[in-house]
Design a protein. Structure first.
Length: 207
C-alpha cells in the first residue's frame, strides 16, 4: 500500500481524501495544511500534524496537491518535483476512463468523471466530480475542470486554466492558457490566453 500525503485539508482536500480512501493501492497517511486551526487535529480521521515543512518528517511514497488555486498548485508542484517527490495521481474508483487515456503525475480524477478515448490529461490537473472529458481532449497541466462540466470531442484546455462548474465547451474549441470559463457558460469559440469569459455563448467579461 503506497503511503500518500495530501497537501491541503480544506473541502477539496477532503474530497481527494475520500477518493484515496477508496483506492486499493494507496492510502492517505497525513494532511499537511498551514491553517493553525487545523494543525494538531484530525480531518476524516487523518492527522494534520502541520504545514509543508512536515513533508520530510513523515514516511511516504507520494504526495497529492489538493489545492484549488491553479497558480499555487503549479508552484508547489514544480518545487516538489525538483525536490524529487513523487506526485501521486488519485483516481476515484467510480471514474470511467478509456484505456487509451494518458494521465500525468499528481492529477485528481474525482467521483463520476468520464474521460473518453484518446484524451490526454497533463500533470497536476483536477478533473472534478461528474465532469465529462470527451474523446481526444488535451487538458493542459495545472488546469481545473470543475464539477459537472462537459467538454466535447477534441477540445483543448491550456495550462493553469479553469472550466467553471457546469460549463460546456463545444467540440474542437480551444481554451487558452490561464483562461477561465465561467460557471454554467458555453464556450462556442476560442477563449484566448488570460481571458475570463462567461455566458451563453461565452463572451469576454468587461471589468
Ligand atoms: C466568471 C467568474 C470567474 C467571474 O467572476 P468575477 O470576476 O468575480 O465577476 P463578477 O461576479 O464581478 O461578475 C462580472 C459580470 O459577469 C457576470 N457573470 C459572472 N459570472 C458569470 C457566469 N458564470 N455566467 C454568466 N455571467 C456571469 C456577472 O453577472 C456580472 O455581470 P454584470 O457586470 O452585468 O453585473 C465567476 O463568476 C465564475 O463563474 N467562477 C467559476 C466558479 C467555479 O466554477 N468554481 C469551481 C469550484 S469547484
Amino acid at each position: 500500500m503506497k503511503k500518500i500525503i495530501i497537501i491541503g485539508a480544506g473541502g477539496h482536500g477532503q474530497v481527494v481524501a475520500d477518493a484515496l480512501l477508496l483506492m486499493k493501492e494507496a492510502e492517505p497517511v497525513a494532511f499537511l495544511d498551514e491553517n493553525p486551526a487545523l494543525i494538531g487535529t484530525e480531518v476524516l480521521g487523518i492527522p494534520v500534524p502541520g504545514g509543508n515543512s512536515y513533508l520530510s518528517k513523515i514516511e511516504h511514497d507520494g504526495v497529492v496537491l489538493a489545492l484549488g488555486n491553479n497558480a499555487l498548485r503549479k508552484r508547489i508542484f514544480e518545487e516538489l518535483t525538483k525536490a524529487g517527490e513523487n506526485l501521486f495521481t488519485v483516481i476515484h474508483p467510480s471514474a470511467i476512463i478509456s484505456p487509451s487515456v494518458k494521465i500525468g503525475a499528481g492529477c485528481m480524477i474525482l467521483a463520476g468523471a468520464v474521460i473518453n478515448t484518446g484524451a490526454e490529461i497533463k500533470d497536476n490537473t483536477i478533473i472534478n466530480t461528474n465532469s465529462t472529458i470527451e474523446h481526444h481532449n488535451m487538458i493542459g497541466p495545472h488546469a481545473h475542470i470543475a464539477p459537472g462540466s462537459t467538454l466535447g470531442g477534441e477540445v483543448t484546455v491550456g495550462e493553469e486554466s479553469m472550466v467553471g462548474i457546469g460549463a460546456t465547451v463545444l467540440p474542437r474549441v480551444i481554451i487558452g492558457n490561464k483562461a477561465m470559463l465561467g460557471a454554467g457558460s458555453t464556450a462556442t469559440r476560442k477563449i484566448p490566453d488570460g481571458v475570463t469569459a462567461a455566458g451563453m455563448p461565452a463572451k469576454r467579461l468587461k471589468f
